[in-house]
Write a protein that binds this ligand. Structure first.
Ligand code: PLP
Length: 257
């Protein structure tokens, strides 16, 4: 069987972000996605209108069954929503210390709407040592560390062995993503900035990264492959509404001729 990535993610009914992004990206990158649903959100391509979190005990039961049954090679954490969810998930993961954890620290949507309560930030800091790679954008890195200076923020988040800071929200014609290992910069990529706003780009990148880790690539290679895949998905994105964000095209039609 293809390696399995177990994702903890929320439903975005527009199909741009969340668990649908995870399934599409992971399958396209050659692994199998199994999903523990953490939340139902109300949103479209333009904004978030609300969300409801799944009862942590229901999440625990979903996760325990899948972990006992499928050959899970990586775990990807997306929208978790609350400290209670984090606590429950890491209690379950304690029985699987060998499985790498990829965490996309989802605090808000790209459109700005909140996707977590105020308890989440601190609980993420507490579990950093169990995370193999944390994938914040620069805004999330500053928020999580409560520090405006990005290089100090990187130092403060260094309890996770790898930190991949995405620079899409910084100014400039190019986007710079930087991979750190124990606060030392080990890889940097520079890509021309694409026009427009994208819904679910962070989910796509972190899920592709999880898939490439599950397939056995080292961290720097997995980051490069995930960037390449995501850039392609963004280049071919659909725009459902002129005021809305674009939805990455993560799957391509098979040639059946
Ligand atoms: N997870 C869910 C369920 C979401 O709805 C969103 C954004 O809307 C995200 C994660 C984060 O999305 P992005 O990849 O745009 O940061």
């Amino acid at each position: 069987m293809r390696p399995v990535v177990l994702c903890f993610s929320g439903l975005d009914p527009s199909g741009g972000a969340g668990l649908q992004a995870d399934i599409e990206a992971i399958a396209s990158c050659g692994a199998h996605a199994a999903i523990v649903a953490t939340a139902l959100t109300i949103q479209d391509s333009q904004q978030v209108y609300g969300f409801e979190l799944v009862n942590p005990d229901l999440m625990r039961q979903q996760a325990e069954k899948v972990l006992a049954d499928l050959p899970v090679a990586a775990i990807k954490l997306g929208m978790l929503g609350s400290a209670q969810a984090v606590q429950t998930i890491f209690e379950v993961l304690a029985a699987y210390p060998h499985i790498p954890v990829i965490m996309d620290p989802v605090l808000a949507a790209n459109s700005g709407g909140k996707l977590a309560d105020d308890s989440l930030r601190e609980s993420i800091l507490n579990v950093l040592p169990r995370i193999r790679v944390l994938t914040p954008n620069s805004i999330e890195a500053r928020r999580l560390s409560a520090c405006n200076d990005l290089s100090t923020a990187v130092e403060l988040l260094n309890q996770a062995p790898y930190l991949w800071v995405k620079g899409g929200h910084e100014a400039g014609t190019h986007i710079i993503n930087t991979l750190y290992k124990n606060s030392c910069r080990i890889h940097e990529s520079v890509q021309p900035r694409l026009e427009g706003e994208y819904h679910g780009s962070g989910c796509t990148l972190a899920s592709a990264l999880a898939a490439f880790i599950a397939l056995g690539h080292d961290m720097a290679t997995a980051c490069q492959l995930a960037e390449k895949y995501t850039y392609h998905a963004l280049q071919h994105a659909d725009q459902p509404h002129q005021n809305g964000q674009r939805i990455p095209r993560r799957i391509f039609q098979p040639d059946l001729s």
